[in-house]
Design a protein around this ligand. Structure first.
Ligand code: FE2
Length: 434
């Protein structure tokens, strides 16, 4: 007897009518019309079944703190950092945990079952680190939370940061962070990248830096990050997050930079909702978009994932932790409206993000974890178009979230009809109806 069968699912790679059989937390078979019975059956009804969404970049310590102690009036990154500095002395262990658990519940409802969250270590008490380490363990049955030791005030600029970062790692934080563009000088930024990568090599840990989150085309710390990754043989373990200065860089220089990033096996993580909001703030018109060069990075063979970065915090007043909203914004900002490009945008919040986190057992194949999401959409592109309802979220073969499909009743000319915005198989193809 199986624990669960999901029947008649469309997969993101184009396969249709697939059944997925799960036992003891694993996918045991993936095939059309599996002849078996299970404790629970879900009829996907020719809708998309995908491996869970993954958020490759988030800030769980700041989330859901919007308006405390005040709102970000200028809307800039730097006022956000100042505001976070004002909020930090007011934080409590319990408040951080309660906001983080709330966010995790939103994430699970949206089918996001893995999050890499940066956590600010520039606090002598390491309050947020200790709170989020507890949350990581408490939420583990439902969601993989990976923590990055993030020196928000600068690894070198804040004289306490180096010791605190080591202490955070000793407590069990998973990844080494950094913020080279926030150091006092370009030289200090480069030195921070070198020191942090050496620490990662010593400790055998991955690296994920806020790198060049700036409109300054001369902010080139990603070049140093690629160099140190290569020098220390950290290939595949290092991520450059944001990389917004690449938007403004000279294209000749970028043509040299991309192969260096590829050689180093860097992962790139833009955060479209935040980049389009925070970058270009000092521009008159025309205003730069500020997101990194996603299609060009992909064409160079670099793994690109997208992160949510913020939900209702000092930097961003909106959001509900919906990775489809992230990919939707990302494909618009990057002008990725080709069919393959939209598919690629979907991968940025699923498969590619799982590679950034190094998730084991991720995917819809026999032997993988029985983690999946059923959506009210036929395929990834329709899911993006509609930011579709996640009707079922499954973790280790158990349904952990369910939602009713979104259907609206219309009352027109005395009749009642339903609208659900999907192009269901029973409806004519668009060209036939013209
Ligand atoms: Fe960030």
């Amino acid at each position: 007897m199986l624990d669960l069968i999901v029947r008649n699912g469309n997969l993101s790679d184009g396969r249709k009518g697939m059944d997925i059989a799960c036992r003891d937390g694993r996918i045991v078979e993936l095939a059309p019309a599996i002849d078996a019975r299970a404790a629970r059956e879900i009829d996907a009804g020719d809708r998309l079944v995908t491996a869970p969404f993954v958020d490759a970049h988030f800030h769980m310590d700041a989330t859901l703190s919007y308006g405390r102690p005040r709102v970000n009036r200028s809307g800039t990154l730097l006022e956000g950092i100042t505001l976070w500095g004002e909020l930090k002395p007011q934080l409590t262990h319990d408040a951080i945990k309660s906001r983080a658990h709330q966010l995790c519940r939103w994430a699970i409802a949206r089918g996001n079952l893995a999050i890499r969250s940066h956590v600010d270590i520039c606090d002598p008490e390491l309050l947020a680190v200790k709170a989020l380490l507890e949350v990581r363990e408490e939420i583990r049955p439902f969601l993989d939370l990976q923590l990055v030791a993030f020196p928000q005030d600068g690894y070198l600029r804040d004289p306490k940061a180096a010791v605190l970062l080591q202490r955070a790692l000793d407590l069990g934080v998973d990844v080494i962070g950094g913020i080279p563009h926030f150091e006092r000088t370009m030289a200090d930024g480069a030195r921070s990248v070198r020191l942090l990568c050496e620490l990662a090599a010593d400790r055998g840990l991955p690296v994920d830096m806020h790198c060049d989150e700036s409109d300054d085309p001369l902010s080139r710390h990603v070049e140093t990050l690629a160099y140190e990754t290569q020098r220390l043989s950290l290939q595949g373990r290092v991520t450059g997050s944001h990389l917004t200065s690449m938007h403004s860089m000279d294209s000749y220089y970028v043509s040299k930079l991309l192969p260096l990033m590829r050689e180093a096996g860097l992962h790139a993580v833009p955060n479209p909702l935040i980049n389009i909001t925070l970058q270009g703030r000092h521009d008159a018109y025309p205003k730069r978009r500020g997101m990194t060069r996603v299609p060009e990075l992909m064409a160079a063979g670099i793994n690109v994932a997208m992160g949510h970065d913020c939900v209702m915090d000092p930097w961003y007043p909106l959001g509900s932790h919906d990775m489809l909203e992230v990919a939707h914004m990302g494909l618009h900002v990057a002008q990725m409206t080709g069919t393959d490009q939209m598919q690629a945008a979907f991968a940025c919040v699923t498969d590619n993000a799982a590679r950034v986190l190094g998730l084991q057992g991720y995917g819809l194949e026999p032997g993988c974890n029985a983690d999946l999401v059923v959506l009210q959409a036929a395929d990834p592109i329709e899911a993006l178009r509609l930011r579709a309802v996640r009707t079922h979220v499954v973790r280790r073969g158990q349904v952990i979230a369910e939602a009713k499909p979104q259907i609206t009743m219309l009352h027109l000319n005395g009749d009642t009809e339903t609208v659900d915005f999907t192009l269901s198989p029973t409806q004519p193809e668009p060209e036939q109806s013209l």
